[in-house]
Design a protein around this ligand. Structure first.
Ligand code: ZN
Length: 117
């Protein structure tokens, strides 16, 4: 059995150079100091969602891991550029209900990754 994870997970420094300076975080801070954006802005470059579920099973809710990534700025004048996860949290997801097909009266559950689009 793997050790149970405790969420949220925080990764406070770059795994490569050990710097704590990050691109999106500093940009957001700069703009907040100028008063251009609010204090609740998200200081991350992008986020990724992982649905923790079996796509073959119909279930009403499942855990979703949301991880946030940023780019390391490096330290002591040495640029770094490593993209790493700075924060990960666990939430609950629910399958989206599909509209019933025309003429059909069966209720269907749909999952976004099954949409052909
Ligand atoms: Zn780094």
């Amino acid at each position: 059995m793997p050790e149970e994870l405790k969420f949220p997970l925080e990764f406070t420094k770059c795994p490569v150079c050990g710097s704590t300076r990050r691109l999106a975080e500093e940009l957001v801070k700069q703009e907040q100091e100028k008063g251009k954006i609010g204090a609740d802005a998200n200081p991350f470059l992008f986020q990724q969602q992982t649905l923790i579920m079996d796509p073959r099973k119909v279930i009403l809710s499942f855990p979703v891991c949301i991880s946030f990534y940023d780019v390391c700025l490096g330290k002591e004048g040495k640029p770094c550029g490593t993209v790493y996860c700075v924060h990960a949290e666990l939430g609950q997801g629910a399958p989206q209900m599909k509209q019933p097909p025309p003429g059909g009266n069966m209720r269907q559950f749909g999952f976004p990754q099954n949409n052909p689009r």
